[in-house]
Ligand binder design. Structure first.
Ligand code: ME8
Length: 520
């Protein structure tokens, strides 16, 4: 039995509605979860909302509601979006849950018992938007002379009594972790960045606040709430039942993969493993930081107000098309810029004109010229064997090895090349002209294509679960056959010999038009 796989996204700040970055990260995680499930692994996939902290408290005050009311409403929007996007998470966690408070207090006590926490006074530059303190040396100056964090957000000089975590004591252990586990931080560029940062020396971390009370109370010091990142990171344990020694903890911890955006790499690769080492808990196996999605070259963020509603994009273009686009268009790990033109072009050229058209032409010919009866796979010519070998390579080697490495665009490129090969094959074999001249050859060509299409559909089922699920249903490929191995050639003769009959096929991907956008 393949070993279990525990995968998490970052938990999202519900201080506003979800934006395209949230959709991007969660879709990528979902594709990976479905991909590993398809490969027979027992997957636990967790996402959720990060509800504490000053940013939430301030936003609620601005709106005249309580932080909990704000969190309840906005968290609901994230859940709704994930339903729309067909996200198959096993657990949606909210950090305001009692179970999460309990887990956060437990890890706190474990760090305290290890002698790593102490009370002191904190003075420093704090960014509310980032929920982080910065060193003077990390700051830059804005246009009006104001000080800005490395993320370009405003910082304020803040003084408070605070609990500290002895992060400085973990420098050597962290460097050893990175050295001994080169896959712990990916991609490589982020690993180098983090290593340089830690080599530069670590300062102890302020991990409690007294200026507001929307958070997890510090055990034994109830006028303090935990720094939001201490509780936020702990969500990955809460979901498995920590601090109880549950079967889920045994099975799924340490996590196989924390999938996050590049702006929160330091929290996940420096603070989080240090907290875990201090608490005597194993560290996750990998943190992968993806790039940022830009709207025509500009960062989308709630604070900047240039936010596209991902649910609207999904409704306009189709959920599967959006999922495909996001993974196909950008190199995962690097930033990417998207536009309506890019979505429409990609969808039309690859999904409608290439794969959709291939499936429609083949299935229509079988429906019309063979009365829906699947033709036997016999008398294969060399070009048939060559095509089937190319499909086999794409769906059993190239795509899976790329997806295992989170190189989604590369995997989908291999898939698209196999689709192009089918289109070149159908154009050259021209089965539509063989009905009268060589019906046996027509049947062999259609059988070859039927197998190729089914196997191509199975390969991208994790990316486009709805469209490919429907296509495979139409084609009589049952769920037990919907894995790259189970859908290798031997299923076809069985299906062709059964009383299965193909119904009239319907187009998979309509051709998209560019919308007329206001203000353009
Ligand atoms: O950072 N493109 O929450 P968040 C791609 N609560 N990804 C983006 C993005 C963009 N334009 N904007 C944001 C938080 N993201 C914390 C996480 S985890 C214990 C706590 C990514 O709502 C971002 O990098 O600001 C992060 O991984 C996720 O979306 C949630 O961002």
């Amino acid at each position: 039995m393949a070993h279990p796989f525990y995968l998490t996204t970052a938990i999202h700040y519900p201080n506003g509605r979800p934006h395209i970055g949230h959709a991007y990260e969660t879709i990528a995680a979902d594709v990976l979860a479905r991909f590993h499930r398809q490969a027979g692994r027992e997957v636990r996939f967790q996402t959720g909302t990060d509800e504490h902290g000053l940013k939430m408290a301030q936003k609620a005050r601005d709106l005249g509601v309580t932080p909990r009311e704000l969190a309840d409403e906005m968290s609901g929007h994230f859940r709704d979006l994930f339903d729309v996007l067909n996200i198959s998470h096993d657990r949606f966690i909210r950090t305001s849950e009692d179970a999460h408070h309990r887990a956060s207090q437990a890890i706190w006590k474990a760090m305290e018992a290890n002698g790593d926490l102490y009370l002191d006074r904190y003075e420093g530059w704090y960014s509310i938007r980032d929920e982080a303190y910065y060193d003077e040396s990390e700051l830059s100056e804005g246009e009006g002379g104001e000080k800005l964090s490395p993320q370009g957000t405003p910082v304020e000089w803040t003084v408070e009594e605070s609990w500290f975590f002895r992060l400085s004591a973990y420098q050597d252990n962290l460097l050893a972790l990175y050295r001994d586990n080169p896959e712990f931080i990916r991609p490589e560029s982020r690993r180098n960045e983090v290593m340089r940062f830690v080599e530069g020396g670590l300062r102890d971390l302020s991990i409690s606040r007294t200026s507001f009370d929307w958070g997890v109370k510090v055990p034994g010091a109830e006028d303090h709430v935990m720094y939001v990142w201490v509780d936020a990171l702990t969500n990955y344990l809460t979901g498995l039942g920590y601090p109880d020694e549950t079967a889920d903890m045994t099975k799924f911890w340490p996590a196989d993969l924390h999938l996050i955006g590049k702006d929160i790499t330091r929290f996940h690769t420096v603070y989080w493993p240090a907290f875990l080492m201090s608490a005597g808990i194993a560290v996750p196996k990998q943190v992968f930081a993806h790039g940022f999605l830009l709207n025509k070259g500009q960062k989308e963020s709630k604070s900047l107000g240039n936010v596209t509603d991902p649910a609207e994009l999904a409704e306009r273009y189709g959920v599967d098309t959006l999922r495909y686009f996001l993974l196909r268009e950008f190199s995962f790990g690097q930033d990417g810029s998207y536009s309506h033109e890019a979505i429409v072009n990609r969808a039309n050229s690859e999904l409608a004109n290439s794969f959709g058209n291939l499936a429609q032409r083949t299935l229509s010919l079988i429906f019309k010229n063979c009365e829906g009866e699947l033709p036997p796979l016999e008398n294969l010519a060399e070009e048939d064997e060559v095509l089937l070998a190319e499909i086999d390579r794409a769906v059993r080697k190239e795509l899976p090895s790329a997806f295992t490495q989170l190189a989604f665009a590369q995997g989908l490129e291999a898939w698209m090349n196999a689709v192009f090969a089918c289109n070149a094959y159908i154009d050259s074999a021209a089965p539509w002209s063989l009905k009268k001249t060589d019906p046996d050859r027509m049947r062999t060509v259609l059988a070859t294509l039927y197998i190729a299409i089914a196997r191509l559909a199975v390969a991208v089922l994790p990316v486009m679960p709805d469209a490919m699920g429907k296509l495979l249903g139409t084609m009589g490929v049952g769920e037990d056959r919907q894995t790259p191995d189970a859908c290798a050639a031997d299923w076809y003769p069985v299906l062709a010999a059964s009383d299965f009959r193909l119904e009239k096929p319907h187009g998979l991907f309509p051709r998209l038009e560019l919308p007329e956008l206001e203000g353009e």
